[in-house]
Design a protein around this ligand. Structure first.
Ligand code: FA5
Length: 355
């Protein structure tokens, strides 16, 4: 080996010694990668030495080639071994840092629950389903003809004032009560095929009302309607007593007071004996012993006839319960606006209807 080659050999030997030393010190995959680039990369140290190839004599070139191969062999051997060790160490560290303590108690999931108004509506539905009623829903955006005219409230009737509402056009409005579902159902009913008509219809209603603790411009009602031959006030009273006992408690009594609705005749307001004081008088019943819960009556013959039912053959009773009101009474809620404010401090008190 001539002097020139001797110098190159010393350079390569020095380089491999230096690389091996650095490999020994490497502690991460990143450091190993950097060493690879530093020695064997395109601009690496070995590449610099290889560049001398072009200045060598033909017979000298294979000798340099051999030296370069030896470098690669030794370098790869060391670096691969080190890479394997580092990989093991890194994997162990990762597994240690991601250890799951399976003995830790789980985090509690906070589930939502059914709104008290939904719970109340479902309770009322179940109760009437149990008495053989079917549930029928009607549209919230209603025609004037169903909301008023077919309920025996012709245009310009003064009783319309009590149920002013939001009009979409002259003839289309947001319904003020669930009573229009009476007419929609009666029109379709076939007594020969379907037998007696027994239905309840829960849903949202709207009125131009001033909001206060017991009034909202949007609230919920449930309509009840029974039409068959020889239906009397006794049927109405018996049904409402059963409802009052099932919903408010077995000891409840009811009282009917004369009232006016254009679609029933006679019409009544129905009171339930106070479930807090049992009728003795307290702040809930305003010291009267009775709480008003709904309006009812025998279906007016005009209403039957307008829906195509022979009022000489058939009669019926109807009632309309304010769902918000009975929910307030049963659960001692002092302001109807709590139902619509979505305050979790209020809502989470009624977790009975867990989803
Ligand atoms: C009616 O709406 C009649 N359609 C009920 C009816 C049906 C009578 C069938 C006869 C036969 P009234 O306007 O009284 O009647 O309302 C019925 C119930 O809705 C009231 O007893 C009350 O519980 C509730 N209610 C009325 N206005 C509001 C309001 N602004 N906010 C909350 N609840 C109300």
């Amino acid at each position: 080996m001539n002097d020139k080659l001797q110098v190159i050999k010393e350079q390569v030997d020095g380089l491999i010694a230096q690389a091996i030393e650095e490999i020994k010190q490497a502690e991460s995959s990143k450091m190993i990668q950097d060493i690879r680039v530093k020695y064997t990369g395109k601009k690496g140290e070995l590449t610099q030495i290889s560049k001398q190839m072009k200045d060598l004599e033909k017979y000298e070139k294979p000798i340099l080639g051999q030296l370069i191969n030896q470098f690669h062999q030794s370098f790869n051997e060391h670096i691969d071994k080190k890479q394997e060790q580092v990989k093991q160490k890194e994997l162990a560290a990762q597994l240690a840092s991601e250890t799951i303590d399976v003995s830790l108690p789980g985090r509690r999931q906070n589930f939502g629950s059914r709104h008290l108004l939904t719970q109340t509506r479902e309770e009322l539905e179940d109760l009437f389903l149990g008495m053989g009623y079917q549930i029928i829903e009607g549209p919230e955006v209603e025609l004037d003809s169903y909301n008023f005219e077919k309920m025996n409230l012709p245009k310009n009737h003064p009783a319309r004032d009590m149920q002013d509402t939001f009009y979409i056009s002259e003839e289309v409005l947001l319904r003020t009560h669930t009573s229009p579902v009476q007419a929609r159902t009666m029109e379709k009913h076939d007594f020969v095929k379907d037998g007696p008509l027994k239905m309840v219809s829960p849903g949202k209603v709207f009125r131009r009302d001033n909001d206060d603790a017991t009034h909202s411009h949007q609230f919920h009602q449930m309509e009840g309607l029974v039409v068959a031959e020889r239906i009397t006030m006794a049927d109405l009273k018996g049904t409402l007593l059963q409802f009052a006992k099932a919903f408010f408690g077995e000891e409840r009594e009811i009282r009917l007071r004369p009232s006016f609705f254009s679609f029933t005749e006679p019409s009544v307001e129905v009171d339930v004996s106070c479930f807090k004081c049992g009728g003795k008088g307290c702040n809930i019943c305003k010291w009267t012993g009775w709480i008003e819960v709904l309006g009812a009556g025998l279906v007016h013959p005009n209403v039957l006839e307008m829906s195509g039912i022979d009022s000489n053959k058939y009669s019926g009773f109807a009632f309309g319960v304010g769902i918000d009101r009975v929910a307030m009474l049963k659960h001692n809620v002092d302001d109807i606006r709590h139902f619509y404010q979505n305050d979790l401090r209020f809502l989470t008190q009624f977790k009975g209807g867990q989803n």
